[in-house]
Ligand binder design. Structure first.
Ligand code: KIV
Length: 271
């Protein structure tokens, strides 16, 4: 594995991400929710680590991201920040914590102060642009998130591809431009047609990061999904790079067998 972390490792900044877009360098982004995974993801050279509210699904077993609380998000994010030297750490603002500018700024300041993260991500377009503007005015970098925005699942009623119809596609491009004008340093586009993402990538000066959105300035995946930990989850857009479900099941099964047979611990594995 390349040695991305050295004594003079420089942090990835929002400015660096902008340069990467300008130079045509692709941006790699993955989620992490705990210290040990953050160490590995950072050490492997990922540019942006997202402490996503997908932790509600993959860490806590909820069906949606709606139950994620601010306190839980802060606990996950602070753990990740302690493991990261290089990557830009972005934290999701949970459902219901930025429904108006006053709450949004108060909660955003709390996440920044209590986790030490570098930036926040908020889901939505024109409906939250005033909140986004106020958070950015408070000195906090914001990443937007459009397309399939999982916090609105009860409004959508489905996790199907978004913005296939012209009106929704037009609103998405308008929202993306608005978020850029409001000062967002980057935008995530989730589960939309690749042709629509291409228009956003071409029309925006800030980096567009895709998930199920075709070729963008960068890509993001949920780390547990790309490592193949969750056997049942295999959407079309997901590429898996390992079969951790099989690796872990095999390792744990052998441990159980060794304990049961009395093979573990042996003479060298005790004091
Ligand atoms: O919460 C999350 O993991 C996300 C990504 C899917 C972009 O928002």
């Amino acid at each position: 594995m390349a040695g991305y972390i050295t004594d003079d490792t420089k942090k990835v900044t929002t400015r660096r991400l902008l340069e990467m877009k300008q130079n045509g360098e692709k941006i790699s982004m993955l989620t992490a929710y705990d210290y040990t995974t953050a160490l590995i993801v950072d050490g492997a050279g990922v540019d942006v680590i997202l402490v996503g509210d997908s932790a509600a699904n993959v860490m806590a077993g909820h069906a949606t991201t709606v139950p994620m609380t601010l306190d839980a998000m802060i606990m996950y994010a602070a753990s990740v920040v302690r493991g990261v030297k290089r990557a830009l750490v972005v934290v999701d603002m949970p459902f219901g914590t930025y429904t108006n500018p006053v709450d949004g700024v108060r909660n955003a300041v709390r996440v920044m102060q209590e986790t030490g993260c570098d930036a926040l991500k908020l889901e939505g377009g024109s409906e939250i642009s005033e909140t986004v503007r106020r958070i950015i005015e408070a000195g906090i970098p914001v990443m937007g998130h459009l397309g399939l925005t999982p916090q609105s699942i009860h409004k959508f009623g489905t996790y199907a591809v978004r913005a296939k119809e012209e009106a929704e596609a037009r609103k998405l491009l308008d929202d993306a431009r608005l978020l850029q004008e409001t000062g967002c340093f980057s935008i995530v586009l989730e589960k939309i047609p690749a042709a629509l993402s291409a228009q956003a990538v071409a029309g925006l000066s800030i980096p567009v990061i895709g998930i199920g959105a075709g070729m963008c300035d960068g890509q993001v995946l949920v780390v547990d999904d790309m490592l193949g930990k969750n056997k049942g989850f295999k959407p079309k857009f997901l590429r898996t790079y390992a079969d951790l479900h099989a690796v872990m099941t095999d390792a744990i099964g052998r441990y159980v067998a060794d304990v049961k047979s009395g093979d573990f611990p042996n003479g060298k594995e005790q004091y």
